[in-house]
Ligand binder design. Structure first.
Ligand SMILES: Nc1ncnc2c1ncn2[C@@H]1O[C@H](COP(=O)(O)OP(=O)(O)OP(=O)(O)O)[C@@H](O)[C@H]1O
Ligand SMILES: [Mg+2]
Length: 383
């Protein structure tokens, strides 16, 4: 009898369980972040008695463990008490004041339609939800820079701080950013009432990266599945990229998959080098899950025809989609792609015909193309 196809391909001598290498996995231990974990926990401690937590501003380079550490502490907090509730918000996904207030309502058990409701009404809902609960929400605003570019953040923080001042309901606010200067960019009134404590996440050293990798690999790979130097080389590579643990962990995952597809008995340095080539730039990786089909279509056209003037780009776009958006909405999409650091817009003079914008990709073309291969055109709607 022929063997089942999945039985045949699922046997692995490489991965025990690759999920331990996924970006969303929260490890049981976070080596070298003990001090930060403790600092965050102390700031949140008042919430255990229904009191007012200290607000936090967490900052540092990419891959220094800011997100995973915040999630780790929230998990611990919720395991320990039902008096506080962690609400994690990625501002790539929720990038307006309205969307965030909405999400907070939802997290507190109030469903509000996501569109078509004025921000003031959503705010009123949030206040009434808070009145009825004794739980202290701890709101994590990750990638909070995404709000600054929309000039939204001061207003949003003002909303949240007002709750604390007038309603005697307490909320903890944890902001996470790559940008150390972010607080300085806030409205001064908001900044002074925020009174937040700052926590810096330093880049990992090569030795630390090695240790982190060893720990994660222990659960993900079978013993002896990694060639001797693989962890060292992955750690050194990540150290060169500003101590980014994400690069280290992702390169092991990709290398493991390449080895598996080749039916190799071990992950070798050759697999790892191939993996390095496939790692997506951080800007692309962060933005990708939140790109809509129109934005993806624009990137796909640019992959084939860059650079393009905006008029020509819109024309090509209209030819390729079933229901094109208006030129005005299209311009907004271009601005957003530029804010996400995926494209570059430069003003150029077209002589007597005035000015136009020239558009180029800001991330490597092959990385963007790979994104389309990975999603197999998901969300695409070409004619
Ligand atoms: N100390 C650690 N131990 C184990 N894994 C870690 C540690 N620090 C970071 N990681 C892992 O490294 C990856 C990157 O971490 P994380 O996403 O928290 O970085 P970040 O600082 O939020 O980066 P960015 O600013 O780009 O969002 C994740 O997969 C995370 O689980
Ligand atoms: Mg992060």
């Amino acid at each position: 009898m022929p063997t089942n196809i999945f039985a045949k391909i699922s046997a692995s001598n490489i991965f025990k369980d690759e999920r331990y290498l996924y970006p969303e996995y929260i490890p049981e231990k976070l080596p070298f972040r003990e001090a930060q974990i403790e600092e965050i926990a102390y700031a949140l401690k008042p919430a255990l008695r229904g009191g007012k937590p200290q607000n936090l501003f967490i900052y540092g380079e990419s891959g220094t463990g800011k997100t995973v550490t915040a999630k780790y502490v929230l998990r611990e907090l919720e395991e320990y008490t039902s008096k506080a509730k962690g609400i994690y918000i990625n501002c790539f996904e929720y990038n307006t004041r309205n969307a965030i207030l909405n999400k907070l309502c939802l997290a507190l058990g109030r469903a509000v339609p996501r569109r078509g409701i004025a921000t003031d009404e959503v705010y009123a809902e949030l206040l009434s939800a808070l009145k009825r609960t004794s739980v202290v929400p701890i709101v994590v605003l990750d990638e909070v820079d995404q709000l600054v570019s929309n000039r939204n953040i001061s207003l949003l923080l003002y909303d949240l701080l007002r709750i604390v001042e007038h309603q005697q309901a307490y909320i903890g606010i944890i902001m996470i950013s790559n940008n150390a200067e972010l607080l300085a960019m806030l409205d001064s009134r908001v900044r002074s009432s925020l009174l937040s404590k700052e926590i810096l996440f330093e880049p990992y050293t090569p030795m630390q990266l090695k240790q982190i990798l060893k720990e994660r690999a222990k659960y993900a790979f079978f013993e002896n599945a990694l060639d001797k130097e693989v962890i060292n080389v992955a750690a050194a590579y990540a150290a060169k990229h500003k101590g980014d643990a994400r690069i280290a962990i992702e390169s092991l995952l990709i290398a493991g998959r390449i080895a598996e597809n080749e039916n190799a008995s071990k992950v070798t340095l050759a697999h790892l080098r191939k993996a390095f080539e496939q790692i997506k730039p951080r800007a692309l990786q962060k933005a990708e899950p939140f790109l809509d089909p129109h934005e993806k279509q624009i990137l796909a056209i640019l992959c084939r025809h860059e650079p393009l003037f905006s008029g020509k780009l819109y024309e090509l776009y209209c030819k390729q989609v079933k229901q094109p958006i208006t030129e005005r909405s299209f311009r907004k999409k271009l601005n957003r792609l530029a804010e996400l650091n995926l494209i570059e817009l430069s003003d150029v003079s077209k002589g007597i015909r005035g000015r136009t914008r020239e558009i180029r990709l800001k991330q490597p073309k092959d990385a963007i193309e790979r994104m389309f291969e990975d999603s197999q055109g998901g969300g695409f709607h070409s004619k």
